[in-house]
Design a protein. Structure first.
Length: 371
């Protein structure tokens, strides 16, 4: 659990510096003074300090030239979390199944748990990481025994849509729509005087649409440049600090269409526990866009002058140019699945784990009624 929480935290940090995507460049306009007899001279010094501050900010961000791997990681994670609300281990029900659930998908650079202790250093070193995080929520997943069409056929529909703000700087919107079909290749069999029941073997497929939108207000270190006009005549001077705040709003939008093909089996133990195993392939199409919008400003602070009279500043602004658009998830993703569930009469609770090749995974929790 500690590693999962740490990974989520670090991914937040990755998104936090993602304004450097795709050769992002920080630019803008400097503040300007008015109301003194030396406006032109002072504004020249302000402009010089502003130019230096912007150059310093761009130098800091230069190592993060492109974030294509990060965008691909988010696209893949979006697919992994699309299986939310699925009761994989309870095939062969008589009439219907209704469930709800959540799933967290993650694309990681490595399966080694110790890697996450140094993921921050890896990002600073490389400037980009094949990593991503996505959550899927299914408010309702309704399945029916479609024996009126064909024996051993089961059809389902699921839907979920949620907007939430987990922290002040983060807005999340998720939409999940899916249809599915399962066919019982082998029906369930009781074994061991009722202590053990094999739920048979099921083949499943379908189509899932999942869209995730994340908007994150990211703070980049402010850049401060001091200026001092020196003697402008008569011993009059003006000095201060030009402070550039390159805060940006980062929008990460991912969508995917996924066709899963799964083979699943499960065993019920002691009427209470349910163990699930399965394997399959996800065929996916989609993309991830990371778009930047400036949310920072430029100001002159800590001023000191002996020029008589009042003066005012026209504030400056910061602009960010750079986005990563159209990164695609991998089309074919093999996977293996496992689950541990509680079987309390018609009430089912299932903890699911899906592992994808190339260090991808999803963890989900589903609760429902099977009749």
């Amino acid at each position: 659990m500690r590693k999962i929480c740490l990974f989520a935290l670090v991914l937040g940090m990755i998104v936090g510096i993602a304004p450097t995507l795709n050769a992002a460049v920080i630019s803008g306009t400097e503040p300007k003074i008015s109301g003194t007899a030396f406006d032109a001279t002072i504004n020249g010094f302000i402009n010089s300090a502003f130019t230096s501050a912007i150059a310093s900010a761009n130098t800091t961000l230069a190592k993060y030239d492109k974030q294509n791997d990060l965008a691909t990681g988010f696209a893949n994670a979006n697919i992994y979390s699309a299986h939310a609300g699925t009761l994989q281990g309870y095939q062969n029900y008589d009439l219907f199944a209704i469930s709800t659930g959540v799933m967290l998908g993650a694309q990681a650079p490595s399966v080694d748990p110790s890697y996450y202790d140094k993921i921050g250093q890896e990002l600073e070193k490389k400037g980009d990481l094949y990593a991503g995080l996505s959550a899927g929520i299914s408010f309702v997943n309704v399945g029916i025994n479609a024996k009126f069409i064909m024996d051993d056929l089961y059809l389902n529909f699921k839907f979920g849509k949620v907007s939430w703000k987990p922290v002040e700087e983060l807005d999340v919107n998720n939409t999940l729509i899916g249809i599915g079909a399962n066919y019982a290749l082998i029906r369930e069999h009781g074994m061991g005087w009722g202590f053990l029941k094999w739920r048979g073997l099921s083949l499943g497929t379908g189509l899932i649409y999942h869209k995730s939108e994340i908007v994150y207000d990211a703070k980049i270190d402010t850049q401060t440049q001091h200026f001092n006009t020196g003697d402008m005549g008569g011993g009059l001077y003006f000095q201060g600090d030009v402070v550039v705040d390159p805060t940006v709003a980062i929008g990460v939008t991912t969508y995917s269409y996924t066709i899963p093909v799964d083979v699943v089996t499960s065993v019920q133990l002691l009427w209470l526990l349910n163990l699930t195993l399965g394997a399959g392939v996800d065929f996916s199409y989609g993309k991830a866009d990371i778009v930047l919008k400036s949310a920072g400003d430029v100001a002159v602070e800590n001023t000191d002058t002996n020029i008589p009279g009042a003066y005012t500043f026209l504030p400056g602004k910061v602009s960010i140019d750079g986005s990563t658009l159209g990164e695609r998830p991998y089309f074919i993703r093999p996977k293996i699945m496992a689950g541990l569930g509680l079987n309390i009469s018609v009430v089912k609770i299932d903890l699911q784990v899906i592992y994808y090749t190339m260090s991808g995974a999803a963890v989900g929790l589903t609760a429902g009624i099977v009749w």
